[in-house]
Design a protein around this ligand. Structure first.
Ligand SMILES: NC(=O)c1ccc[n+]([C@@H]2O[C@H](COP(=O)([O-])OP(=O)(O)OC[C@H]3O[C@@H](n4cnc5c(N)ncnc54)[C@H](O)[C@@H]3O)[C@@H](O)[C@H]2O)c1
Length: 266
């Protein structure tokens, strides 16, 4: 049986935690060679350790430490992955940081930090991926970025993050129309709150009663209340798997909501 990412090399960025970490095993199980990237030192990143006790696994998984806001580091990450595996068929960009202050309390430094980690990193990753995907033989590939439901609905105290993720969705649409002729697809995913992630942990830490906050979040979500949980990292990784596979070969420029049916506030 042919697996959904057989023969493909996928760069997963943000593999140290959350959605990126959950994606590595799912993509590798579907036949992908995975180059995992994160800011953290290799010894802190468990997702890219060989999945099976199998020497072949080492040939299909590498780890590259890089800061996604650093132009030269992003270029080096693409060079390392493409020289190791020969080509890059897909990129899943899962890096993001959130800020939880209103615009009145947001310093210039915090604004720039949030824009750099979410939006400037999307520019650098897109540029690196498109350069590689246009010139490899055969040309083409699929790029998946991470936006958020706040990009449409907003959220209290998330001015910088909302602006940053709005930029991710807008850049996704622009690149899709410009590079489709090169067989390059660009999409993004916009989840509501995703449990068992770094961003979730930082949110729950702000709640006076964590258990009650979780229960309320589940209850207010249509599918969440049916399943008794929020969106989880695997839900998002499976959506990215579809967008990276050839099953979605005519889909480009979309923002795919994963929000359990919750209606984003306009
Ligand atoms: N978790 C949620 O509730 C949620 C909801 C909507 C959107 N998102 C988006 O999904 C993506 C993943 O979120 P998550 O909660 O899984 O994140 P996370 O915090 O669990 O993991 C993010 C990873 O990115 C790495 N990272 C941070 N800055 C970096 C940098 N400059 N260079 C390289 N690596 C860096 C971190 O070390 C970490 O391993 C983000 O873009 C986030 O904005 C998350």
């Amino acid at each position: 049986m042919v697996s959904r990412l057989d023969g493909k090399t996928i760069l997963v960025i943000g593999v140290g935690s959350g959605i990126g970490a959950a994606s590595v095993g799912i993509f590798a199980a579907e036949g992908a060679r995975v180059a995992g990237v994160d800011l953290r030192p290799a010894e802190e990143v468990h997702a890219t350790r060989p999945i099976a006790d199998d020497r072949e696994a080492d040939d299909r998984l590498i780890y590259i430490q890089a800061d996604l806001t650093d132009e030269a580091a992003v270029e080096r990450a693409f060079q390392t992955a493409s020289s190791r595996f020969g080509r890059i068929d897909g990129v899943f960009h899962c890096v993001g940081v959130v800020s939880r202050v209103s615009i009145l309390d947001c310093t210039m430094e915090e604004w720039q930090h949030v824009l750099a980690a979410n939006t400037t990193s999307t520019f650098l990753v897109s540029r690196g991926a498109i350069q590689q995907m246009r010139h490899q033989e055969p040309a083409g590939g699929s790029i998946v970025h991470m936006s958020s439901s706040v990009a449409v609905g907003g959220g209290p105290g998330t001015a910088a993050y909302t602006a940053a993720k709005g930029g991710v969705s807008a850049l996704t649409r622009q690149l899709a129309s410009e590079y489709g002729r090169d067989k390059i697809r660009v999409n993004c995913i916009a989840p509501s709150r995703v449990e068992a992630t770094g961003l979730y942990v930082s949110w729950i830490a702000t709640q006076p009663d964590a258990a009650a906050a979780y229960r309320d979040a589940v209850r207010s979500n249509p599918l969440g209340s049916a399943y008794g949980r929020l969106v989880n990292p695997q839900d998002v990784a499976h959506a990215a798997l579809f967008l990276l596979s050839d099953e979605s070969c005519m889909i480009s420029g979309i923002t795919l909501d994963i929000n359990g049916g919750a209606r984003p506030r306009p």
